[in-house]
Design a protein around this ligand. Sequence first.
Ligand code: GBH
Length: 460
Amino acid sequence: MAQFPSDFQWGFATASYQIEGSVDIGGRGPSIWDTFCKIPGKISDGSSGDVATDSYRLYKEDIELLKFYGVKAYRFSLSWSRIIPIGGRNDPTNPEGITFYSTLIDELLKNNITPYVTLYHWDLPQGLHDRYGGWLNKEEIVKDYVNYAKICYTAFGDRVKNWITFNEPWCISCLGYQKGVFAPGHKSGTEPWIVAHNVILSHAYAVKLYREEFKAVQGGQIGITLDCHWQLPYDESPENIEAARRGIDFKLGRFADPIYKGYYPDRVKAVIGDRLPQFTAEEIAVVKGSSDFFGLNTYTSQIVQDGGDDETTGFVKIGFTRPDGSQLGTQAHVSWLQTYPPGFRSLLNYLWETYQKPIYVTENGFTVKDESKISLDNALHDAPRVEYFNGYAEAMLQAVTEDGVPVKGYFAWSLLDNFEWADGYETRFGVTYVDYATQKRSPKLSGMFLKQWFADHVKA
Ligand code: GBH
């Protein structure tokens, strides 16, 4: 049987605002998501991360679950406003917040679970948004983010050896500042490009600091996580083949090309023109080569056609229906996701050919249709999620053992059902069912499946 090498990492991923709750507890300051959730109509069920899976209090139960599944690693994110409640470089830090994460890290290590820590998974301190416009203000935000990163390296870097600076800059900029469906809910044509640029710079200067002042002593690696779905042209027409390439550049290349190659993609420059900020020579020297690995979040594949009016996609129309009317795969609870493992294998090959970096799949997962509406017994028997993970895990194994793509680790999204942003709690991505009335956690079949699959497919 084909297997991954013995050092292959696998586990589950979560994010602070989606699981912690306790938003007013332990000295935490508000984030832009606390504010956003209070705007009527923004969250489909009117909920928020106020309680979520209560993991600030129940973190030991979460670690028990991780142990039960037999994982080697756990990816979670830090809440910036738990560590620096207002957020800025001259603002006080919160010792209670630092102690919380320090204890979590110690408990993971005690149980032989390697922490993979994301510094920023969308929960900007509200204080910085109010003070100077948050991600829109280059001069301030880069310095404040680097200061926050420095506090984290200093407090946790003796034990944390795997750092991820940002989760999904495309979502931060396009959903937060262009479509307005994520915090802070802006709708603008210029802001998303400024925000994206400032996120890239914040990432790059935080990596520079790590490499110059921490890496020699702490010996860790640091990189960024980008999100991308594989894009299949609707047909063989030149316009649709070109649309798929442009779609990937607008989703991924706009971040990956500066970071791994040192310039914005031509297709993006051609369309965006002078709305695209420019890097100074000094800046691009810091940006280029600023990620030790390729962190990838991917969930689906898309069938794309030239046209439409959506700049966030690069003016490509996204669907799942082939010219003959057939669907790409099994439809998930959310409209944007269908199961299609071959696209995952293609994407892994594309990333390796294009960027030549070892890959960590930092998120991958599925949400079963109507899982919140069926009985607990039925929800625990999540066959479509098992089918999804089976297909994706096999595709990844083939990419590694047959195609030679260096995938080093895999994190399924997510350990638990949790606060699914604008979808609230109805959309469930967990391999563990959460009863939100009692916070009782119950493993689903898919969690048991992954436990067995990785036990079988990673060399001892
Ligand atoms: C990830 O984003 C997130 O990192 C994670 O926090 C989240 O819980 C998980 O996915 C599951 O959704 O407005 O057309 O883009 C994945 C990227 C961003 C894809 C939101 C779907 C909504 C449709 N997702 N997007 S669209």
